[in-house]
Design a protein around this ligand. Structure first.
Ligand code: IPE
Ligand code: IPE
Ligand code: MG
Length: 247
């Protein structure tokens, strides 16, 4: 909690500690070229590699990306299975690189609906990279903010029913602790690519005070250079958190 009246720090440019990205526009990127949507998703996965590598140099300590929402099951079976295959291949191919770069990879979202083989790979790479300290990289798969809150409420209700949690003890901190992101600080900055200006059920609780940046760039065209520009702009924004900035 910030000290009352200590607002000067808000004037100083400082890096975004936690950047969250809604990686959107893969489908349009491919369609514009007359290619199947999955080609765009593959290209999108390659961008992730570059962005992950760039983060530590930009002062970013936490990176969270939205890869598959609870609503994305509405897409064709071909696209859904293709995306799942891309996730599996990413884990398989990137494990050594992430380990070498000191990246800790974790997942948020409801994994129970995913292929057990993929779930096993996810748990495996989380365990293998658990000691990474340069970047906490979190991938949201089958993630939906409402679903996450619903699961958290269900867990808390169960604890109350079993006498392990008192209703009076349900504070904001207690809710935060029951979310998939319990171990992560709130994002400072959310970036959405592809020109859409909505949040699509991404981290609603955690982004209550986040800054948003929307760029028309389609995700497969998003570069570390553009990330650097956005992060630099963020450093000059004045964040008030409901207070008053004097001067
Ligand atoms: C984002 O790209 C990736 C996922 C949602 C899985 P889209 O697939 O949503 O691309 P557009 O929005 O159709 O261009
Ligand atoms: C949001 O993109 C989800 C991900 C980037 C994974 P969508 O393309 O699914 O969102 P809508 O449908 O445009 O809101
Ligand atoms: Mg989209």
């Amino acid at each position: 909690m910030a000290k009352a009246g200590s607002t000067e720090a808000n004037h100083l440019p400082r890096p975004a500690q936690h950047v969250a990205i809604i990686m959107d526009g893969n489908g349009r990127w491919a369609t514009q070229r007359g290619w199947p949507r999955l080609v765009g998703h593959r290209r999108g996965a390659e961008r992730v590699r570059e962005i992950v590598r760039a983060c530590p140099n930009l002062g970013i300590r936490y990176l969270t990306v939205y890869a598959f929402s609870t609503e994305n099951w509405k897409r064709s079976t071909e696209e859904v299975l293709g995306l799942m295959a891309i996730f599996a291949r990413y884990i398989d191919r990137e494990a050594d690189r992430l380990l070498a770069e000191g990246v800790r990879l974790r997942f948020i979202g409801d994994r129970s609906r995913l292929d057990p083989k993929l779930q096993k790979m996810m748990a495996g790479i989380e365990e293998r990279t658990a000691k990474g300290t340069r970047l906490d990289f979190t991938v949201a798969i089958n993630y939906g903010g409402r679903d996450e809150l619903t699961r958290a409420i269900r867990d808390m209700a169960r604890e109350v029913a079993e006498g392990r949690l008192k209703p009076e003890a349900i504070s904001e901190a207690a809710v935060t602790a029951h979310l998939d992101t319990a171990d992560l600080p709130d994002p400072d900055l959310v970036i959405r690519t592809s020109g859409e200006t909505r949040t699509s059920n991404f981290l609603p609780w955690q982004t209550a005070y986040a800054e948003y940046e929307f760029t028309p760039t389609l995700w497969p065209d998003f570069t570390a250079h553009e990330l650097g520009q956005i992060v630099a702009r963020f450093g000059n924004r004045e964040r008030r958190f409901g207070g008053v900035v004097h001067g």
